[in-house]
Design a protein around this ligand. Sequence first.
Ligand SMILES: Nc1nc2c(c(=O)[nH]1)N[C@H]1C(S)=C(S)[C@@H](COP(=O)(O)OP(=O)(O)OC[C@H]3O[C@@H](n4cnc5c(N)ncnc54)[C@H](O)[C@@H]3O)O[C@H]1N2
Ligand code: MOO
Length: 421
Amino acid sequence: MISYRDAIERLLAPLSVLPSETYALADATGRVLADTVTSPLALPSFDHAAMDGYALKAGASSRGGSEHHVHGSQAAGDSGQLAGAGVCEIMTGARLPQGFDAVVAVERTEILQTRPDGTPQRIRLLDDIAHGRNVRRMGTDVPRGANVQAGGATIEPAQIMLLSALGIARVAVVRRPRVAIICTGKELQTGPPAPLSDGHIHNSNGPYLTAALKRAGADVVSCETVDDTVHPYLEALQHAVEAGVDLVISTGAVSMGRYDFVPAALRHFGAQVLFHKVAMRPGKPLLAARLHASPLVLALPGTPMAVAVGARFFVAPVLRAMCGQGSEPPLRAVLASAQHPKPGLRHFLRATLWLDDRGRLQARAVDQQEPFRIQPFANADAWIVLDEQGGDCAAGMSVEVASLELATSLRISAGPPTINP
Ligand SMILES: Nc1nc2c(c(=O)[nH]1)N[C@H]1C(S)=C(S)[C@@H](COP(=O)(O)OP(=O)(O)OC[C@H]3O[C@@H](n4cnc5c(N)ncnc54)[C@H](O)[C@@H]3O)O[C@H]1N2
Ligand code: MOO
């Protein structure tokens, strides 16, 4: 049995970043930048006023109490002009006339005289005005030619704001990873919605994986359900290969039962098995293989929490590697209740997270951790990850935590869970 770390290393080693494609920025939200973006402009792209007021040249003549003639007016959108004598009325965002170096806010002046059209003609400064006051200098946000976003960054609304300000209308993004899902099990009810037949269950792994993968930015090209025999599974694999997918995820039939045919079927298909069985709980019987033509196959055990662990801790790193993103930075919280994990296994526990009255993130494992239970998963905020060698964990120690789903941030509850007596 392989350790989680070695399994991930083996899984990611042969992966390369997927090719890029060009998109209009407006359609690229949630996509991953293929290359570093360099700024074609300085931001601000010209010195401009931070306040509505008067532009002037700071110095001995700009002391509090000094009086000045107002010549001209400069609004946002006006082209540059040369500084004249006196001061110039200026609006927030307007280009600073060349030769001026400060702006006094209108409320820090007194109007002494107005013109017949009501515009100010002569003003008095209420305070001393220093060089650079209320001026936003060209290039102080982004210098021209600077690397503004690294390849591998996800384009969120904040990146859209930055790239739009830089006038970047099209971006190279990594192609979405293409994924096929195959759910095995003759107990899975197929066909139009109907009451369950005897011994049958609804397929929950397929819809879960589809939703989780789409949320993580993958292109789910198919989700097939097959029974417990080899041929339909091989046919589904063949469809996935023909569709040119990057990753096949199957669920079920990888354990020790009479009908657990997936390991043999993959070998029959010519797949190279990278590992089978990982020292972890839940999800131990997980298998990874590489098909000769290229797609990677992750055969997850069918039990719902084994699927959730497979998606969060195996599929997520694979998708990140395919998109040129490094490993996730580890997050930590204070363990709120002691744990006694089985030595030698990495444990993934569903947990509630909240901030205590000192602002520390607390994590309590939910009471019911059996891998068939879906209800506690749907109520959980996050995973607690306990190391293979960590031994018993006392309440109060620091533990690793991870968001519940792929490519989402930590969810935090309003307070500690209410514990049933
Ligand atoms: N003798 C042993 N038996 C088992 C072992 C073992 O080491 N020795 N390991 C157990 C562990 S751990 C797991 S996990 C399961 C994994 O079994 P399989 O991958 O072969 O999965 P199945 O038997 O096909 O299904 C397990 C369970 O999940 C339900 N299931 C399957 N697919 C779906 C689906 N699409 N939606 C909802 N639920 C699904 C299925 O009905 C079973 O109840 O093996 C243990 N056994
Ligand atoms: O790994 Mo399994 O999900 O414990 O039953």
